[in-house]
Design a protein around this ligand. Structure first.
Ligand code: SIN
Length: 513
């Protein structure tokens, strides 16, 4: 069968949908594992999009903050490119009716988040940016005739030959398999959060894009840098809900069980220190039994109900009244700075495969992403990928689909083994790491790999992503940004560079443990 599409977009979060719109009127097909909007981290984003919108702010200042939060390994040219493009993309979203918060004078309401030198987070109804942006993108996508959305379809394998990517094996809602072949492929299938037992990410965001690309031979960059959001709400649920950093931007403070602030002695910016520093402080308080909590009462008070409806409603439904009580918090896996390595045009190391969104490692985030730069990078690189791909397409070659009946996609692991993998990542590849724990994690991953001989492609992708992350963490014998190595607690100037690893290299490290 043939569809008109010249490009296959794998994933339907913010990067996938924005890219699809950027291609219009060129025909594209989007694979969306769930109903559009469901299951995407973008929909759950609370804070918003970082952009120098204030007349006293500049993209150069935004780039400077990005570089400084990234702890020595951000690519300055990428920081410049992304921050300079920010205003244009905010205007693009506004043009498709994203209801950004505005003042009575029509200026954007800008929140402050950690490590930003200026309030520059463009938001929607306080903490509903992701949901509102995705709603406007979905509406626009549904009205764009050049976009075919296959809802309930996921990529399970990237197929390659000597020339690069040659197709994608995809599974439909009823489990039927098809090979899809076209001219170019954009991987925008999200991050890795749910590889961890404690995460703020939706359940199917669990390393599938990174794992799939690594298994197809792609180079993975900066895999060791996982960002733990400091203030996930400490509830007995999976995933754990987020208490947006914008609350701290409005003056909420972090306290221990005695009501004492613990950030003031640790960093001059206290609660607005870079995210990795706040996450480590909360992690230590938590493990010392000091019950860290976010206290919004004085700074925000009853306004939290109106201004932060997502956070207040999750608190209320779990028996916490944020107007009168503190909110217990714990760090949780939130964002992967690493991902499929790509150049400034979004091209991966596999010819014909571009990558955008959290699945990509562009060099923007370095060792620690600046808050609300994730959605911004997804927008900017989605548009860059669309332009770069369009320049390379030859007209006339469309999407060929072939039904596959013989392919065995293997057996899914039982809940126990899945939980073993996720708990191992949370216990050993977490906010604090050491050589013993990382080696142990690699041994457990190897055991799981060998135990499941005929494993599902889904589990194979998860194990591949976990292997690359853990091996990269073992190789970085220093502490930098989100990677804190107890055995090497200081940064090492000789290691102030990005890391690049392939799956075969990571497997060699795994098998040496
Ligand atoms: C938040 O609202 O705190 C999350 C923002 C982000 O992860 O960039």
């Amino acid at each position: 069968m043939t569809e008109a599409s010249e490009v296959l977009i794998i994933g339907a979060g913010l990067a996938g949908l924005y890219a699809a719109l950027s291609f219009a009127p060129r025909p594209v097909t989007v694979l969306s594992p769930c109903r559009l909007g469901d299951g995407a981290s973008s929909t759950w984003a609370q804070g918003g999009i970082a952009a120098a919108m204030d007349k006293n702010d500049t993209p150069a200042a935004h780039a400077k903050d990005t570089i400084s939060a990234g702890a020595g390994i951000v690519l300055p040219e990428i920081a410049k490119l992304v921050t300079e493009a920010a205003r244009k993309h905010i205007a693009g979203l506004f043009a498709i009716r994203t209801p950004f918060d505005r003042t009575e004078d029509g200026e954007y309401v800008l929140s402050r988040e950690a490590a930003h030198s200026w309030p520059r987070i463009v938001r929607v109804k306080g903490d509903q940016a992701g949901k509102a942006i995705m709603a406007s993108l979905i509406e626009e996508v549904r009205q764009t005739p050049s976009i075919t959305v296959r809802e309930g379809w996921s990529a399970v394998e990237l197929l390659t030959d000597d020339d690069g990517i040659s197709g994608v094996l995809a599974a439909g809602p009823d489990g039927s398999l098809e090979v899809l072949k076209t001219q170019a492929y954009l991987l925008a299938a999200g991050g890795i959060g749910s590889l961890y037992a404690k995460t703020t990410n939706p359940p199917n965001v669990r390393g599938l894009a990174v794992g799939m690309a690594a298994r197809a031979g792609a180079v993975i960059a900066d895999a060791e840098f996982v960002q733990f959001h400091p203030t996930a709400i400490d509830l007995d649920c999976d995933p754990v809900p987020l208490a947006t950093e914008a609350l701290r931007g409005e003056g909420a403070v972090l306290v221990n069980r005695k009501g004492e602030r613990f950030m003031t002695s640790l960093h001059p910016d206290a609660e607005l220190a870079p995210r990795d520093i706040v996450a480590r402080a909360i992690f230590n308080e938590y493990h010392d039994g000091n019950r860290p909590a976010l206290d919004t009462r004085k700074a925000i008070g009853a306004r939290i109900l109106e201004d932060f409806p997502t956070v207040s409603s999750v608190c209320k439904s779990n028996g916490i009244d944020p107007v009168t009580e503190v909110i217990p918090v714990i760090p949780a896996a939130h964002y992967h700075m690493g991902g499929v390595a790509c150049d400034a045009s979004g091209q991966s190391s596999i010819p014909g495969l571009w990558v955008a969104g959290e699945a990509a490692s562009t060099g923007l985030h370095g060792a620690n992403r600046l808050a609300s730069n994730g959605l911004l990078e997804a927008l900017v690189f989605a548009a860059i990928c669309a332009e770069s791909i369009s320049q390379q397409l030859t007209s006339g070659l469309s999407l060929q689909t072939t039904k596959v009946t013989s392919q065995d996609t293997g057996v899914a692991p039982g809940p126990k083994d899945l939980q073993t993998l996720r708990q191992t990542m949370s216990d050993n590849v977490s906010v604090l790491r050491d050589e013993k724990g990382l080696s142990e994690a690699l041994r457990i991953i190897r055991r799981l790999d060998r135990k499941h001989k005929n494993k599902s492609t889904d589990f194979a992708n998860m194990l591949a992503a976990a292997t690359v992350i853990t091996a990269a963490a073992l190789l970085r014998t220093e502490s930098r940004g989100g990677h804190y190595h107890i055995d090497f607690p200081a940064p090492d100037a000789n290691q102030a560079q990005r890391s690049f690893l392939t799956l075969p290299e990571a497997l060699m490290i795994r098998d040496a443990q």
